[in-house]
Structures are given as C-alpha cells and as structure tokens.
Write a protein that binds this ligand. Structure first.
Ligand code: ADP
Ligand code: MG
Length: 210
C-alpha cells in the first residue's frame, strides 16, 4: 500500500461512490421520505452519474481536478440542500489538495469538506445533518494520521466514524434543513445526508485499499 494517494485513487473513489450511491438509491429515498421530501437518493444518484460522465470525457490528471469536477457538477446538477452542500464540500476539499495526498492530506481534505458544509449550511453537530457524519470522520482521521496510519487506514477510520455518526442521528431531533419542519417527529429516523456521507467516505476508503 502506497503512502500517497494519487489521481488513480481519486478517480476510483468517485466511480465507486457513484456505484454505491446507485445501489443505495432506494434506501436514501426512503430515509428522505421519512423526514424530508424523498428526493435525496435520486439527487445523489443523478449527480454522481453526471460526475462520472464528466470523468469519462477525460482530460483530468490530478486529485484536485477530480474533486473540482465533482464540485462543479454537483453544484449545477443537484438541486435541494444537498447539491450546494456537497458542491461546496468538494470545492473546499479540492482546494486542500495540492498534488498527491498523504495521511495529513486526507485530514486536510476532510477538514476542507466539513468547513465548506458548515460555512454553507450553518449547522453544528447534533442538528441531525450530514455534519454529524463529517465531524466524527474528521476527528477519527486526525487521530489515525497522528498515530502514523497510512492514507488508506486514515480514510477507513474516517469512513467507520461517519457510519457510526450517521447511525447516531436516529435519536436526534432535526433543527436544520427540511427535516426540522417535522419537529419531534424527525426523531427515530436516520438522516439521509449523513447516510450518503458515510457511503461516499466508505468508497474513498475502498478505493484506497484496492
Ligand atoms: P432537500 O432537503 O432540499 O430535499 P436533500 O434531500 O438532497 O435536499 O438533502 C437533505 C440532506 O441535506 C439532509 O439529510 C441533511 O443531511 C442535509 N442538510 C440539510 N440542511 C443542512 C444544513 N443546513 N447543513 C448541513 N446539512 C444539511
Ligand atoms: Mg430531500
């Protein structure tokens, strides 16, 4: 396993993410039906398919280029809250990458994504949003990288923490986004955006381990 992640990883990550989001499209739709308007699975599936179509055109040669194309495509093709939020996340993640990515680069990438989401959506932890997956992901990535983990192991730690964070949104009451309109009735359901975050970071770890 290499100590840096290159363009091949970034491209594999996004292609894996597209496949995983397509596979879980109905699950994300059902989660969003429970506490939102039911479009999250469709939004993410359509958005990542459009991203992969852009990657198929070729002409991108580095990690930053891949993340920038994800950002611009999600921003323009995905409506609702998630498009601009993920678009900003990938744009900030791209800005944090210069060349190949080592373990501290993985931390910087995730930190950039989280900062982007927070600056755009103004949510903090505990509000039942994707912030509740990205925040523990960043903490776990930092701890792993500081402990000398490889980039792949750093991403795996982040992905596992994101999945736990997504699950931990179930008992929370939403106070941001569409789900907040439900008040107490948002309790008892897993947040769709936190769930898609766990899938996206899981794909990043899978691609790094391959
Ligand atoms: P919409 O809510 O417009 O239908 P989506 O269904 O695609 O958009 O995305 C909903 C997800 O967006 C939620 O599950 C939540 O994770 C995330 N979200 C909504 N508002 C915010 C916010 N202010 N900050 C962070 N994430 C948010
Ligand atoms: Mg929705």
């Amino acid at each position: 396993m290499s100590d840096t992640l290159s363009f091949a990883w970034a491209e594999a990550w996004i292609r894996d993410a597209q496949a995983v989001l397509a596979e879980h499209r109905m699950e994300l739709i059902d989660l969003d039906r429970a506490i939102g308007d039911g479009d999250h699975g469709e939004n993410m599936d359509r958005g990542f398919k459009a991203v992969v179509a852009k990657l198929d055109e070729g002409g991108i040669a580095d990690v930053q280029g891949v993340l920038k194309v994800v950002a611009s495509t999600l921003m323009s093709k995905v409506g609702g809250a998630a498009g601009p939020l993920y678009g900003t996340a990938f744009l900030r993640a791209a800005k944090a990458c210069d060349g190949d990515v080592d373990s501290s680069g993985v931390v910087a990438l995730i930190e950039g994504a989280l900062d982007g989401i927070v600056s755009r959506g103004k949510a903090t932890t505990g509000e039942k949003t994707m912030v509740d997956a990205w925040t523990p992901a960043l903490e776990a990535a930092k701890a792993a990288a500081e402990g000398g983990a490889t980039p792949a192991a750093t991403l795996r730690a982040a992905a596992d923490a994101a999945a736990k964070g997504a699950e931990a949104t179930i008992p929370l009451q939403a106070t941001k986004g569409r789900a907040s309109y439900l008040g107490e009735r948002s309790i008892g359901h897993q947040d769709p955006g936190a769930t898609s975050t766990a899938y996206i970071l899981g794909a990043a770890a899978d691609a790094a381990e391959a």
